[in-house]
Design a protein around this ligand. Structure first.
Ligand SMILES: [Zn+2]
Length: 339
């Protein structure tokens, strides 16, 4: 009971969550209807079945269909606002959200900066009324053409003044190495915009090595497959590069057969910098609270184990040093009380 209270009440930070993957099913159906988008599903029950994924390509195909239901800035403001209400309800006080603006530019010609503005307007609303904040990681989908990736990097750099904190790279790793986007990463680097790359999810350790080499990332999305290479593990440990681990996502996309086989305990034994995240909570039927609850139940973690993971999330974020210290202090006080 105390552990549940701790998970629910601790002020949490989430670093790896895709906005388009966080749209609740009822909102998705509403948007599809309003915008006349033909989805292969019409009811909440059907959406639930549709959210079973054979593999990453199957997931990706559905993700694009979901993304296409967003047609204008009002839709974007709405999903941003709903997302932040959901985060606030879980006491996630700060979220660094990955958003694939270019999909919506390509499909519906919504300028990327207009999308960023709509989301930051939602963030300002949430800061004022809910006391939670959001910053943006504008990502390049790996399947994007390199010159389009450069356009994304330019928009992300232009959005820095509004609340973009990093340039991301997401999507299917196999066949789409990060080297395709050297120009985009270079552009971000010159502008002082950090990079955060998905790697070591759908491909192995060599994909993480490439991500480190080409993108010089501040954090790695997933990274769980680093365990395939002991030298790489040693390097990640030495540099303490945060890994954004998303346990349920790894089960849903077939990286591991079930939660008991998740490599989280091994990552921690190796003294890697691990953070816990939900990835695409609506699609994987999870939430950050669920993630903490599932790993606690599966691996019998104590409050202090979870406390360490939560504090890692705070430290790996773009929050100010002052804000980090006060959040860590709050988490420590709660942990001491519930222990
Ligand atoms: Zn992701």
């Amino acid at each position: 009971m105390q552990i549940e209270t701790f998970i629910a009440n601790a002020p949490k930070v989430e670093l790896h969550v895709h906005l388009e993957g966080a749209i609740p099913a009822r909102t998705l159906l509403k948007l599809a209807q309003k915008n006349n988008i033909a989805l292969p599903v019409r009811t909440l029950e059907e959406v639930k079945d549709w959210y079973q994924f054979r593999d990453f390509p199957d997931f990706n195909e559905k993700y694009i269909l979901i993304s296409n239901c967003i047609q204008n800035s009002d839709d974007i403001y709405l999903i941003g606002k709903e997302f932040l209400e959901g985060q606030a309800a879980q006491h996630i006080v700060h979220s660094e959200v990955t958003y694939t603006a270019y999909t919506h530019t390509k499909q519906w010609r919504i300028p990327m900066l207009e999308q960023i503005s709509a989301l930051m307007e939602a963030s300002r609303w949430a800061e004022q009324y809910l006391g939670v904040s959001m910053r943006l990681i504008i990502d390049i989908a790996r399947e994007t053409a390199p010159h389009e990736g450069t356009l994304v990097a330019k928009a992300a750099v232009a959005g820095m003044a509004q609340g973009v904190v990093a340039l991301g790279l997401g999507g299917y790793e196999v066949g789409y190495p990060p080297g395709r986007f050297v120009e985009a990463f270079e552009l971000a680097r010159e502008a002082g915009l950090p990079r955060i790359l998905h790697a070591g999810e759908t491909a192995g350790a060599s994909s993480i090595r490439q991500a480190l080499e080409v993108g010089d990332p501040l954090r790695i999305g997933h990274g769980v497959r680093c365990l395939e290479d002991a030298d790489l593990v040693a390097g990640l440990r030495e540099r303490q590069i945060p890994l954004e681990v998303c346990p349920t996502s790894n089960v849903c996309l077939g990286l591991v057969p079930d939660m008991f086989h998740h490599p989280l305990p091994r990552l921690l034994q190796e003294n890697l910098f691990v953070t816990i995240n939900s990835d695409d909570p609506a699609l994987f039927s999870t939430s950050l609270i669920q993630e903490y609850t599932r790993i606690q139940q599966t691996f019998d973690y104590s409050i202090s184990d979870l406390q360490k993971l939560m504090v890692n999330g705070v430290h790996a974020s773009f929050l100010s040093q002052e804000r980090k210290s006060s959040l860590v202090q709050e988490i420590d006080i709660l942990a001491a009380r519930e222990n």
